[in-house]
Design a protein. Structure first.
Length: 196
């Protein structure tokens, strides 16, 4: 969820990988943050053409929860992940069929449990990811990202400007797994196979 509004905006964020979500939640509450989105399962499908031209151009075409279509285009930024984000909500209709009619197919699916908070105009999400684990995203004014991270006890937590696909790909390489979708069912199946 982009805190800075829907439609056409620039998303500036930093991910904190491996954070203690319970501790971050406690600090958010103590700081007077407002819960903007209850913890819920989010499903995402990433679309691309056969040549993977969007991925190679570092662009993203994503359908979230079947009704929110987003295009992300990279913007130069030395420290933070910055992307121009264009989002439209699809009230009704077969959007996947429309995309497939334009030769875009789902190339990767991923899920997460997400909870969103507003802390003094900064949007903080607590994400529980299959394979990757807990991730906190801080999005908003680039001048306040580091300050917000310190307030939430994230100063020593490793950061990433990568997207969830790059985090997943790194996990797969590190653990010698066969790449696939980043879903909770895929994670459970992988763990079951590892125990056998």
């Amino acid at each position: 969820m982009c805190a800075m509004g829907r439609g056409n905006s620039v998303e500036v964020e930093l991910k904190y990988v491996g954070a203690d979500l319970g501790e971050v939640r406690r600090r958010l509450i103590e700081a007077g943050a407002r819960l903007e989105g209850e913890r819920s399962l989010e499903t995402n499908a990433v679309f691309d053409d056969e040549a993977q031209s969007l991925r190679s151009a570092e662009k993203l075409l994503r359908l979230r929860n079947g009704d929110e279509l987003t295009v992300k285009i990279p913007v130069e930024d030395e420290k933070y992940k910055s992307r121009r984000e264009i989002t439209v909500h699809i009230a009704d209709g077969p959007i996947e069929e429309v995309l497939e009619g334009l030769d875009f197919r789902p190339t990767w699916r991923y899920e997460k449990y997400r909870e969103g908070w507003d802390l003094d105009g900064m949007f903080v999400t607590l994400d529980e990811m299959p394979f990757v684990g807990p991730v906190v995203e801080i999005e908003g004014d680039r001048e306040k990202i580091d300050q917000t991270a310190e307030r939430l006890g994230l100063g020593d937590v490793p950061t990433s400007t990568g997207n969830y696909r790059s985090l997943y790909d790194a996990y797969v390489r590190e653990h010698g797994l066969e790449p696939g979708d980043m879903t909770f069912a895929a994670e459970a199946t992988g763990r079951d196979r590892a125990r056998a």
